[in-house]
Ligand binder design. Structure first.
Ligand code: FE2
Length: 431
């Protein structure tokens, strides 16, 4: 039976206090000698105890039974979902994939995860893992938690009803959900099937970027992020907990549902965000700003200005720049870029990049508009604005090379002739 949601509180990283039953949340003490209503008090820390206050994340959970209560862990076989990114050769070639096929047999969110690429790993607590999911069944009598990473979930097809220890997060395409490291959850499919993208962030937690000269408004505004209120179920039975730990999945039996947190307070919690609330900023004279202007969230790295992960979107916008090549330009970057498409048509490609598909352009590999897009944009009348409507593309960008997995390289839906999209670029030189 699905756990019903209990509403949300607005804001990013705020200290939230929420209780599903009046009186469940203790006042004044985090860990009173006896917690209210016979609950157990349990702290969940998402940052080092001594992290500076501005970055310190933790929540206190008041629950029917503590998280320590479960059976032995044994390995769980789901070999398509992993963090094996390899240490050997990696081709610099541009890569692209058609949409991940939906499963033909009953497959839930956990078994439907397929690792495409990544770098670093949970042992070093740096880098990212990039996965797609395609599923057609609710998670039944089982729960998942990821000790390795917070999970940025980007639905592309179908709604997800994500029941977590700290409350229910409902998302559909154009929304994102972030599930913190260690939080247990269960995913139900409101539409019977679903597909989307997941980025595991092994590093520092995602946060809103500074705005610099943009000022105090713009890009993703804090009030548009939503944290769920407490919601719980008090159910005994036969359940299993799947725990991702150091790149592998482990399974333990449980005799109760872990969605038993009646009240909680703190600032370490899942959240959701509607990408359509992103206040897109761009040039109103000529040229483009760098795509960092489309940054929704980033996970800072050890070097100032160099993120472990940038999450960037290319959404609806108006292009009014005069005498400017308006689509994304040809470029080679030190950063590596994994792109996905949620909806519509991405403005740098005429065809081949479909919703549910993906592309990978690694460090210093040339890419940009295909030949057809180049010809069209070069001849466009830039005295009139272009309205980019009905699309949402995104990018997971990071400073480390993104290493495609063996299964992604060998996948039948990989477009092995992707590079052909640039072969029609003519020599227009008139020197
Ligand atoms: Fe790029």
């Amino acid at each position: 039976m699905a756990l019903a949601g209990n509403g949300y509180q607005p804001g990013f990283g705020n200290h939230v206090s929420t209780q599903a039953i009046a009186g469940a949340l203790p006042l004044g003490r985090n860990s009173p000698q006896v917690a209210p209503l016979g609950l157990y008090a349990e702290q969940l820390s998402g940052t080092a105890f001594t992290a500076p206050r501005a970055h310190n994340r933790r929540s206190w959970l008041y629950r029917i039974r503590p998280a320590a209560m479960h059976g032995h862990f044994a390995e769980y076989e789901q070999t398509r979902f992993h963090n094996v990114f390899g240490a050997g050769k990696v081709s610099p070639e541009q890569m692209r994939w058609s949409p991940l096929p939906l499963p033909e047999s009953a497959t839930d969110f956990i078994d439907g995860l397929v690792t495409y690429a990544g770098n670093g790993g949970p042992e070093s607590q740096t880098g990212i893992g990039i996965h797609l999911y395609a599923c057609n069944r609710d998670m039944q009598d089982r729960f998942f938690s990821n000790a390795d990473a917070e999970m940025l979930i980007v639905p592309q097809l179908g709604r997800l009803h994500i029941e977590t220890e700290l409350g229910v997060v409902d998302v559909e395409p154009h929304w994102i959900a972030v599930i913190p490291r260690g939080v247990r959850f269960r995913v139900s499919l409101s539409d019977g099937q679903a597909r989307g993208y997941v980025c595991e962030n092994f590093g520092a937690l995602l946060q809103l970027p500074d705005l610099g000269p943009i000022g105090s408004n713009g890009l993703a505004n804090p009030r548009d992020f939503e944290t769920p209120n407490a919601a719980f179920e008090d159910i005994d039975g036969q359940f299993e907990l799947i725990n991702k730990f150091q790149g592998h999945l482990w399974r333990a039996e449980m005799t109760h549902s872990p969605l038993n947190v009646v009240a909680w307070h703190g600032n370490y919690a899942p959240y959701r965000y509607d990408l359509r609330n992103f206040n897109t900023i761009g040039s109103i004279s000529f040229d483009h700003p760098d795509p960092s202007i489309f940054l929704v969230l980033h996970a800072p790295g050890p070097v100032a200005g160099v993120s472990n992960l940038d999450f960037v979107i290319f959404g609806p916008r108006i292009l009014a720049m005069r005498d400017t090549f308006r689509p994304p330009w040809f470029h080679r970057n030190i950063a590596s870029e994994f792109m996905g498409l949620i909806d519509g048509v991405y403005d740098a490609k005429a065809e081949g990049f479909a919703p549910g598909g993906a592309s990978l352009h690694n460090c210093m590999t040339g890419h940009g508009p295909d030949a057809e897009t180049f010809d069209k944009a070069s001849a466009a009348d830039t005295s009139k604005p272009d309205f980019i409507r009905g699309t949402m593309a995104f990018m997971f960008e990071c400073p480390l090379v993104i290493r495609p997995s063996e299964q992604a390289l060998m996948a039948s839906h990989r477009q092995t002739e992707y590079i052909d999209c640039w072969q029609g670029l003519r020599n227009n030189f008139r020197g």
